[in-house]
Ligand binder design. Structure first.
Ligand SMILES: Cc1cc2nc3c(=O)[nH]c(=O)nc-3n(C[C@H](O)[C@H](O)[C@H](O)COP(=O)(O)OP(=O)(O)OC[C@H]3O[C@@H](n4cnc5c(N)ncnc54)[C@H](O)[C@@H]3O)c2cc1C
Length: 402
């Protein structure tokens, strides 16, 4: 793959920059800065999506026939890099990144026609109901039961760690429709249209960082029409696996890592080491930053390889596991170095000071507000989306043939 930017790429980059200058408001940037994880304030996130949608850019990876911009991989890469560098909110939209592409691959025409435009416009917000207590890595053991009753299924059970269930109006869900079949063969993939339907209860789980991102969701005799199945009954495992490739390989890891590394460099330029010199000039700390830079570069190049495969019509396959593993671990390393850089100021982690609109003052310099929140938040990144141990198993099988 030729990595040099051609004239049309430079022109496209300038177009993206002009759009960001005009549309990425100070409020959006400030809020993105105060968000430790993936879930920015919902209203602002919808506002950002609507601005992108107005320009036809809300779904960078979707093909034109479904309302995407029809960009090539280079344009998608440029767009993601420019958004990250400008401090745009991380969209983390499971409609755009997961259920949308899955419907394109496995949905019926009526499902595509109805759901896809509503994802693009921000009218619908989706959450993912895969994991359950005891069924995370071992997903095929899931117990949430859907029993056929006339034109409906009646759903009972519980989903755990459901990101954004408290703000989503829809859920894509794995349910057991045949308890007698082999675990993978008795599962169906179903769309729950209304998260406020009778029998659904969403209970918050507050994370170590003090944020409400994840939930436990309970289903008590919840009726869902059979027409909401995606794929055939008991064939949900195939649909679920198709979706996981988008979950693991989808986001702009390199651009976000580069952004985090630049932020770390700025913190280390402001902080002092024990002799009063700038921390960034301390040879030992400098070496750690430079080593991390090499790792970020390796992730960027792996991403380029995936882009190259995609542009030649190939599937990323096990490369999405490589990106997931190296991307999340490098990000964790960056957050660890930020904690080391702010030293004592990592202690007073004032959650209230980063609540949007709060007048609680942070303790210490402004740059000390976010590192602890980001450090705590990124611990989960090597667990969700399939834990890194499980990704290593996949690579051992698919790449090393073990
Ligand atoms: C912040 C956060 C957000 C999440 N959001 C969602 C969501 O929106 N929707 C959703 O459905 N789920 C979500 N999850 C759930 C996530 O996918 C699971 O937590 C994950 O798959 C691990 O499953 P588990 O928690 O059951 O842990 P377990 O599977 O019990 O794993 C425990 C430990 O054992 C290791 N392990 C397990 N099996 C193996 C193996 N075969 N080989 C080697 N090691 C193994 C794991 O790596 C881990 O270290 C989220 C989780 C977190 C933390």
């Amino acid at each position: 793959m030729d990595l040099a930017m051609r004239a049309e790429d430079v022109a496209f980059r300038d177009e993206v920059r002009a759009f960001l200058d005009e549309n990425l408001t100070d409020d959006l940037k400030a809020h993105a800065r105060l968000t430790p994880g993936i879930l920015a304030d919902h209203d602002l996130r919808v506002e950002w999506l609507k601005r992108l949608h107005k320009r036809g850019w809300s779904a960078p990876s979707w093909p034109k026939e479904y309302g995407g911009p029809g960009w090539n991989v280079m344009q998608r890469f440029i767009f993601a890099s420019e958004c990250a560098a400008a401090g745009a909110p991380i969209s983390s939209n499971m409609g755009l990144s997961m259920v949308g592409p899955t419907l394109m691959g496995h949905g019926r025409k009526e499902q595509k026609d109805y759901y896809l435009p509503r994802i693009l416009s921000g009218e619908d917000w989706w959450c993912q109901g895969y994991s359950e207590p005891g069924s995370g890595s071992d997903l095929a053991s899931l117990q949430t039961r859907a029993v056929a009753d006339g034109d409906d299924y009646v759903i009972n059970g519980t989903k755990l760690w459901t990101t954004g269930a408290h703000i989503a109006n829809k859920m894509f869900c794995l349910v057991r429709t045949d308890p007698k079949a082999k675990p993978q063969e008795g599962i169906s993939f179903i769309l729950i249209d209304d998260m406020s339907a009778p029998g659904i209860k969403v209970e918050p789980i507050i994370t170590l960082a003090g944020d409400h991102e994840v939930n436990q969701v309970f289903f008590d005799d919840v009726r869902v029409p059979k027409k909401n199945l995606v794929g055939a009954e008991n064939n949900g495992w195939t649909v679920a696996k198709y979706l996981l490739e988008f979950e693991r390989g989808g986001s702009a890891h390199g651009a976000n890592l580069r952004n985090g590394l630049n932020r770390l460099r700025r913190i280390a330029s402001d902080e002092r080491s024990s002799d009063g010199a700038r921390l960034i000039d301390d040879p030992a700390f400098r070496r750690k930053i430079d080593e991390t830079d090499v790792e970020v570069t390796a992730v960027e190049f792996t991403e380029h390889r995936i882009m190259s495969a995609l542009s030649n019509g190939q599937n990323p396959g096990a490369a999405s596991s490589i990106i997931k593993t190296r991307g999340t671990e490098t990000n964790q390393k960056i957050t660890e170095l930020a904690i080391e850089a702010i030293a004592y100021y990592a202690g007073p982690h004032v959650v209230e000071a980063r609540i949007w609109g709060s007048n609680v003052a942070p303790v210490g310099p402004e740059h000390a507000l976010m590192p602890m929140a980001k450090y705590l938040n990124t611990r989960a990144s090597s667990i969700y989306g399939g834990s890194n141990e499980v990704q290593r198993n996949i690579m051992a099988k698919a790449v090393l043939g073990l």
